[in-house]
Design a protein around this ligand. Structure first.
Ligand SMILES: CC(C)(COP(=O)(O)OP(=O)(O)OC[C@H]1O[C@@H](n2cnc3c(N)ncnc32)[C@H](O)[C@@H]1OP(=O)(O)O)[C@@H](O)C(=O)NCCC(=O)NCCS
Length: 168
C-alpha cells in the first residue's frame, strides 16, 4: 500500500501558489470540455488575490503538500458542499484528487452532513461519478461574457446496511 499523501489546512501565505495551480489546472486539464474564452473567464475568478484568499479562508480548505510542492487543493463550503477541487497538471492521475475528496467526505460527515454535493465541471464529471456521486441537475452558469456548463452531483454519506462495505 502506498503512503498516505501529506495533507494540511490552507494558510494565507499559500494564496499565490494556489492561484497558479488553479489557473494551470484550468488551462491544461479542461481544454477538451471548455473553449479558450470559457477557460479564461473561469481562471479570472482567482485573479484577485484578496478575493480568492477570502473564498479559500471562508471555507474549509485542505491541500496536498509534498516536500513544499503543492499538488492539489479542495475546499468544503458549510458542511455539505464541495466548493473547489483542483490538481496540478504535473500530478494528475496519481490519486491526489481522490485523497482530497475522501478527506472532505470525512470532514463533512464529522460535521453532521448526510450527503455531499458538488457542481462538477464537465472535466470532473466522470471522476465524481466513479466516486459514487449521482447527477442532480445540469446548470449553465454565466461567467463574465460567457456561459459555462456544469452538473450538480450528490453522494449520500450515511451508509445504508445494503450499501455498507461497497466502494461507491
Ligand atoms: C478532476 C481532477 C480534480 C482529478 O484529479 P486527479 O488527481 O487526477 O484524480 P485521481 O488521480 O484521484 O483520479 C482518480 C480516478 O479518476 C480518473 N480520472 C481523473 N480525471 C478524470 C477525467 N477528467 N475523466 C475521467 N476520469 C478521470 C483517473 O484515471 C482515476 O481513475 P481510477 O479511479 O480508475 O484510478 C483533476 O483532473 C483537475 O484538477 N481537473 C481540472 C479542474 C477541475 O475540473 N476541477 C473540478 C471542479 S468541480
Amino acid at each position: 500500500m502506498s503512503a498516505p499523501l501529506p495533507m494540511r489546512p490552507f494558510m494565507l501565505a499559500d494564496t499565490p501558489r494556489l492561484q497558479d495551480l488553479y489557473a494551470q489546472a484550468i488551462e491544461e486539464l479542461t481544454q477538451d470540455e471548455y473553449d479558450e474564452d470559457q477557460r479564461l473567464a473561469w481562471m479570472t475568478r482567482a485573479a484577485d488575490a484578496e478575493t480568492f484568499a477570502e473564498r479559500l479562508g471562508n471555507n474549509l480548505t485542505i491541500l496536498v503538500d509534498q516536500g513544499n510542492d503543492i499538488l492539489g487543493f479542495a475546499s468544503l463550503k458549510g458542511n455539505k458542499e464541495i466548493d473547489m477541487l483542483y490538481v496540478h497538471p504535473h500530478a494528475v492521475g496519481q490519486g491526489v484528487g481522490s485523497a482530497l475528496i475522501d478527506a472532505l467526505e470525512k470532514l463533512a460527515a464529522a460535521r453532521g452532513a448526510q450527503s455531499l454535493t458538488v457542481d462538477a465541471s464537465d472535466t470532473a464529471h466522470e471522476f465524481f461519478s466513479r466516486r459514487g456521486y449521482g447527477d442532480v441537475q445540469r446548470n449553465t452558469v454565466p461567467m463574465g461574457e460567457v456561459w459555462l456548463s456544469n452538473t450538480t452531483m450528490s453522494k449520500p454519506l450515511v451508509k445504508t446496511a445494503a450499501g455498507a462495505g461497497r466502494s461507491h
